[in-house]
Design a protein around this ligand. Structure first.
Ligand SMILES: [Fe+2]
Ligand SMILES: [Fe+2]
Length: 187
């Protein structure tokens, strides 16, 4: 967990020297990078406050896969001269708290938030894929692989016993996700 925070801060400081123009694709990958930061926080918080060893293993595996996504997004951001969002440390901490809070009453609740988060990430990735130019093959390849992986994460959470979130909670998460997406597109 702490390594993830340090990596995020390190990445932020390295990229801050970048002064070239940022394309829309670069901004979209900044949004996706922030989403991966949130995933790290969510899974890390859920794992840290769970006493279920199977669920902890589930989180460990997901953290490793999301870490690969993080690296891909960083690579694509750098290729498009985009900096990581300044909000990343706040996003990580908020997601960690959400993961922890949802894990304490039982893994089915943590899985419910994971499933909803993965569903939202999936929607963003699919919309971003439609916006990335056809000739940007590497970015499209990354997005398509992430779509496949996030879909599996969502299904894995559901199949592992995720509770059903009240509609108002899902709607609130979608609203918050929309705000964060807009913010991280620009800063
Ligand atoms: Fe991911
Ligand atoms: Fe995921």
């Amino acid at each position: 967990m702490f390594e993830t925070v340090l990596n995020a801060i390190n990445t932020l400081s390295h990229a801050s020297t970048n002064t070239q123009g940022v394309s829309r694709t670069g901004r979209l990958m900044r949004v996706n990078y922030a989403g991966e930061i949130a995933a790290q926080g969510l899974y890390s918080g859920a794992k840290a406050f769970s006493t279920d060893s199977n669920f902890q293993d589930f989180c460990t595996h997901a953290i490793q896969e999301e870490r690969v996504h993080l690296d891909w997004c960083l690579e694509r951001m750098n290729a498009h001269y985009a900096k990581p969002s300044v909000l990343n440390p706040v996003i990580f901490c908020s997601a960690f708290v959400l993961g922890a809070a949802s894990s304490i009453p039982g893994k089915q609740y943590a899985l419910a938030f994971i499933e909803e988060t993965e569903r939202q990430v999936l929607k963003h990735l699919e919309s971003h894929l439609r916006l990335v130019p056809r000739d940007d093959e590497r970015t499209r390849e990354v997005l398509m692989q992430m779509i496949e992986d996030e879909s599996m994460h969502k299904d894995a959470a559901a199949e592992s016993g995720a509770a059903t979130l009240p509609g108002v909670v899902s709607a609130s998460m979608q609203a918050l996700g929309g705000v964060l997406t807009n913010l991280t597109f620009w800063v």
